[in-house]
Design a protein around this ligand. Structure first.
Ligand code: TRP
Length: 332
């Protein structure tokens, strides 16, 4: 069976974008692949994290996965820091990747902003750690959003250079798995920016913990235009906000945007928004109930993560030993 690795940062509230763009897809993958799902806490600390928050966010992400239907018996759910081979392989990759490669990473430029002298070294080396996450398990496929494609490309470059330098096919060249529609959920306030936990406006996102009232209110207030919905997807061009809401509806309903338009063509947002709100409330209710139950039982979540850590280590240990051997690190 082919192996999937995916990571999610345990930082701040999970929102609909995380669910539709990542977690929901993982649920589908578990039947066809051996899946390793990781809360990447070492990636999280490339920018400041409050220790208590980090700990509780890590549990929260695991809970969200389980509540969404990721089966912890079938898959591996764990946090990165507890399998020390991630950090170890990342160091080795620091010595494989070239400065020029990392200099091209657009996410670093975005995250570091103007004052890059003050960004952490970890933020710069972040893609090497991500490559280590994936290659530590010789994963063959990685489900990623648009924004992570460049990092995955770097992972392939690292694997290729390593294989070339040590003259053996040690690492697979991973393939990205890109999903269908609406994997990229945009802000409810601005159709040109991604739904994000760091957006100052809470109205821009639907949090996984939002109650019915807030979900309905946020969708009602979502920015749109005054036109009715078109009959064809092509008619959504240049209407980012409308396209986003239709995309969210399609993703929640598990159909295409065109199918949504078949049902709502010619209707205004006065009709469409309440329908979308009802659908969102409905679909999220089950997951939210389960998340609450898990939040009240952190020991249970911890024991699932602990099992995941053990399973992950069991795969990682022989692979890191093989890599030591290839590089010539003495194993006395
Ligand atoms: N960089 C990813 C993100 O921010 C998270 C991540 C870390 C990841 N390691 C990974 C994703 C390995 C896929 C595979 O979304």
């Amino acid at each position: 069976m082919q192996r999937i690795f995916s990571g999610v940062q345990p930082t701040g509230n999970l929102h609909l974008g995380n669910y539709l763009g990542a977690i929901r897809n993982w649920v589908r993958l578990q039947n066809d692949y051996e899946c390793i799902f990781c809360m990447v806490d070492l990636h999280a600390i490339t920018v400041w994290q409050d220790p208590e928050q980090l700990r509780s966010n890590t549990r929260e992400v695991a809970a969200a996965m389980i509540a969404s239907g990721v089966d912890p018996h079938k898959n591996i759910i764990f946090n990165q820091s507890q399998v020390p081979q991630h950090a170890e392989l990342a160091w080795i990759f620091n010595c494989v990747a070239r400065l020029g490669w990392l200099d091209r990473m657009t996410q670093f430029k975005e995250k570091a902003g103007k004052d890059k002298e003050r960004a952490s070294v970890g933020l710069y080396a972040y893609p090497n750690l991500m490559a280590a996450d994936i290659l530590l398990y010789k994963a063959t496929h990685v489900p990623v959003g648009e924004d992570q494609k460049q990092h995955l490309e770097l992972c392939r470059d690292i694997a290729q250079k390593f294989n070339h330098d040590y003259k053996e096919e040690v690492f697979p060249i991973v393939e990205p798995l890109i999903f269908g529609e609406a994997t990229r959920v945009m802000s409810l306030r601005d159709g040109s920016s991604k739904m994000s936990k760091s957006d100052a406006s809470d109205a821009s996102r639907i949090n996984m913990t939002d109650d019915t009232d807030s979900i309905v209110k946020k969708i009602r207030k979502a920015r749109t235009d005054a036109e009715p919905l078109p009959s064809e997807v092509a008619g959504l061009k240049g209407r980012a906000e409308a396209a986003n809401l239709v995309g969210i509806y399609a993703a929640l309903q598990d159909c295409t945007s065109q199918q949504v338009l078949d049902d709502f063509r010619g209707q205004g947002f006065g009709t469409f928004k309440p329908a979308l709100a009802e659908l969102a409330v409905d679909k999220l209710a089950v997951i939210q109930g389960e998340m609450r139950r898990l939040r009240d039982d952190p020991a249970h979540v911890d024991s699932i993560i602990r099992t995941g850590v053990e399973k992950a280590r069991a795969i990682a240990e022989p692979i890191i030993r093989e890599i030591h051997g290839k590089i010539g690190l003495l194993q006395p």
